[in-house]
Design a protein around this ligand. Structure first.
Ligand SMILES: Nc1ncnc2c1ncn2[C@@H]1O[C@H](COP(=O)(O)OP(=O)(O)OP(=O)(O)O)[C@@H](O)[C@H]1O
Ligand SMILES: Cc1ncsc1CCO
Ligand SMILES: [Mg+2]
Length: 262
């Protein structure tokens, strides 16, 4: 196993180029999150170029937050490009339970076998075919309630599945890991989860085992969230402090204390 501390060092040393297909809400914040953490973002989503770009990026992330058929075409081209070049790709199934277009697109993208799926509890329950209480892009279910669903999706899809919330759970269908930390301010800042998905891509570009890569990215967020949450007065100052903390976090902050095998 690659420890989260070693994964952080590898990510910073490699400064991987990550192709992020993410939503209009998240684009700027997610790019800043990657730069602060130590990676290099590129938001490239149109079908005219997304496949070509995926072959040169270290990893691809695909987020369905502000979806349209034209975006889906760009996603499929990019996934083909990444898969053809042997690069990992990460799916963020934003509000996949909410509309027909989101349900159909999520089913189609799951069939293309994402290396990693990162969502909130309501999204992962929905992919597993279970009822969920999500409200738009926000989760209405606990991470604990989605543990079995995450294991099932991981086994059926052959993907690593990460469920995030007040605590985080990651599984490859056999192994399971819990990660603690973060701040209650994190869900008060939009696109925190979307930005995390992009950071999971950065770790997956340099850490061979997708489970280890995912745990590294989630531990990095947990440590930075905790650091930034100390003494801030609200979501606005938290989001600024969080970017600073993503850069300030070092390998010593990602110790065994916040990562526990299930
Ligand atoms: N109550 C909380 N306490 C601590 N950390 C939290 C809490 N809620 C979420 N987080 C952290 O926030 C990050 C984003 O996870 P979250 O599950 O909120 O994503 P999301 O619902 O997909 O967000 P969005 O769709 O707004 O981008 C993760 O690192 C998670 O651990
Ligand atoms: C608020 C919002 N709406 C669509 S995507 C998004 C960003 C958080 O998922
Ligand atoms: Mg989300």
């Amino acid at each position: 196993m690659t420890s989260p501390s070693r994964s952080l060092e590898a990510m910073r040393a490699g400064a991987p180029l990550v192709q992020c297909i993410t939503n209009y809400v998240a684009m700027n914040f997610a790019a800043n999150v990657l730069l602060a953490a130590g990676a290099a973002p590129a938001m490239v989503h149109d079908a005219e170029e997304s496949g070509e770009f995926a072959a040169v990026a270290g990893a691809l992330t695909v987020n369905i937050g502000t979806l349209s058929p034209r975006w889906v075409a760009g996603m499929v081209e990019a996934i083909d490009g990444a898969t053809g070049a042997g690069k990992p790709w990460v799916l963020d199934p934003v509000a996949c339970f909410a509309t027909g277009l989101r349900r159909e697109t999520t089913t189609k993208l799951m069939q293309l076998r994402p290396t990693i799926v990162r969502g909130n509890a309501s999204e992962i329950l929905a992919i597993a075919g279970e009822s969920s209480s999500g409200q738009g892009v926000d989760a209405g279910d606990s991470v604990q309630a989605a543990e079995a669903a995450a294991r099932k999706v991981a086994q059926e899809a052959g993907s690593v599945v990460a469920v995030t919330g007040a605590v985080d759970f990651v599984t490859d269908g056999a192994r399971g890991v819990w990660i603690t930390g973060g701040s209650p301010m994190m869900p008060r800042v939009t696109a925190t989860g979307c930005a995390l998905t992009c950071l999971v891509g950065a770790y997956a570009a340099v850490v061979e085992d997708p489970l280890d890569a995912t745990v590294g990215a989630l531990a990095h967020f947990a440590a930075a969230g905790e650091m930034a949450g100390d003494g801030v007065s609200g979501p606005g100052s938290f989001s600024v402090a969080f970017l600073d903390a993503l850069m300030a976090v070092g390998p010593e902050s990602l110790g065994a204390a916040r990562v526990r095998a299930a």
